[in-house]
Design a protein around this ligand. Structure first.
Ligand code: SF4
Ligand code: SF4
Length: 364
């Protein structure tokens, strides 16, 4: 059984909420080096809900430093933003909060074997050198694995191109979920503080799916936190396989009723879940032998008519260069696409979806 704190919170009083977290989960941080890892996915402003809100990061830093910690802040944004870390942090507001604590995690790497891939990936050395890692994820839906929370945020331990390697080497969604839990196992965060004040709901990520929940959640077990957070918004955590795998790593159960839940837990009945993850829904890859690529091509990455504004954000996030813009319209090279859904996440207009409207192609 793990302890999970659910607290009603607002960004303006985030520090008070974070103080309570540290009272509940006592880390002896005085004189210790602490890496704080927000979810800095992209360059979007705090109001879009794409990234951990700067107010939460500010509160975590303030509380840690008041307790005598030496704080480092870092993340590896997106799939191909390797080398553009400072631009991403500058644009999304997290850089201003981090100040000179900000570290480019991608510059000094160390090899670690990922069992499910059977080869090494390269991780930031500092992850294994600091005394504590404080994980500060965002509550979001995810078009591929359903839910992005504390466990999925550790995928950001990998610099951009390493993430693309994971997608390419995973023949299907289940294999990718095993990679996620392996990455979690390599450096379990010591404390997880989830920004669920503004969350993202629905099938894709972006402004129209913004949802106010007004909660901060915390636990020293990332999968236990995800189990409670995901069940709070209507998921069956048993369907979130990367969390079930990570729960095995921590020796906790994916049953939310088995955990000690403190504070303001209250089920949120009308949260919109990704397609296939609704209660009783069937994930697209549940058929034996169906790969993620097959699942995507069966459903089809599609451009929804009238929603694309030609901004090109999706093309910037494609790790394989499988998307280009032609005449202001995204064009996909199906032979290069590995169905990582980074483009779906990247589109704030929700113009890319998995429904058969019409295929993304040069014919559009
Ligand atoms: S699909 Fe979305 S991200 Fe891509 S160009 Fe259109 S509006 Fe921009
Ligand atoms: S086109 Fe989209 S789904 Fe395919 S590899 Fe690029 S970002 Fe991933």
């Amino acid at each position: 059984m793990a302890k999970v704190l659910v607290r009603s919170a607002q960004y303006v009083e985030a520090r008070t909420a974070v103080e309570e977290v540290f009272e509940c989960f006592r880390l002896g941080v005085e004189g210790k080096r602490v890496l704080v890892k927000p979810n800095a996915l992209n360059e979007r402003e705090p109001e879009t809900g794409s990234n951990t809100h700067p107010s939460v990061l500010r509160a975590v830093i303030a509380v840690l430093e008041a307790r005598g910690a030496q704080v480092i802040v870092g993340d590896n944004p997106g799939q191909i933003n390797y080398g553009r870390m400072r631009e991403v942090f500058a644009a999304n507001g997290l850089g201003e909060v981090a100040g000179d604590r900000l570290r480019n995690l991608g510059l000094d790497l160390i090899a670690r074997r990922v069992p499910s891939l059977k080869f090494d990936l390269f991780f930031p050395r500092v992850l294994f050198e600091v005394d504590f890692v404080v994980n500060v994820p965002k509550l979001k839906v995810h078009p591929g694995v359903g839910f992005t929370g504390a466990v999925k945020n550790t995928f950001g331990h990998l610099p951009g191109a390493q993430k693309a390697t994971c997608h390419v080497a995973s023949p299907n969604r289940r294999a990718f979920e095993r990679v996620l839990s392996d990455i979690y196992r390599l450096r379990r965060p010591d404390l997880n503080i989830m920004d669920a004040i503004l969350a993202l709901e629905g099938r894709a990520q972006g402004g129209p799916s913004l949802r106010y929940l007004g909660r901060l959640l915390a636990s020293d077990s990332a999968p236990a936190l995800d189990v409670v957070a995901s069940s709070m918004i209507g998921f069956d955590p048993q369907n979130l396989h990367h969390i079930v795998d990570a729960a095995l790593v921590d020796g906790v159960t994916p049953d939310p009723r088995a955990h000690e839940i403190l504070g303001d837990y209250e089920p949120i009945g009308d949260f919109r879940l990704p397609k296939g993850f609704e209660p009783g829904g069937t994930r697209p890859d549940e058929k034996p032998g169906a790969s993620l690529l097959e699942a995507a091509s069966r459903k089809g990455l599609v451009l929804k008519e009238g929603l694309c504004n030609g901004c090109g954000d999706c093309t910037k996030q494609c790790p394989l260069g499988a998307l280009g813009l032609e005449g202001g319209t995204p064009v996909i090279d199906p032979m290069r696409c590995v169905s990582c859904f980074a483009c779906v996440e990247a589109c704030s207009s929700r113009a890319i979806d998995l429904e058969p409207t019409y295929p993304i192609s040069a014919d559009n």
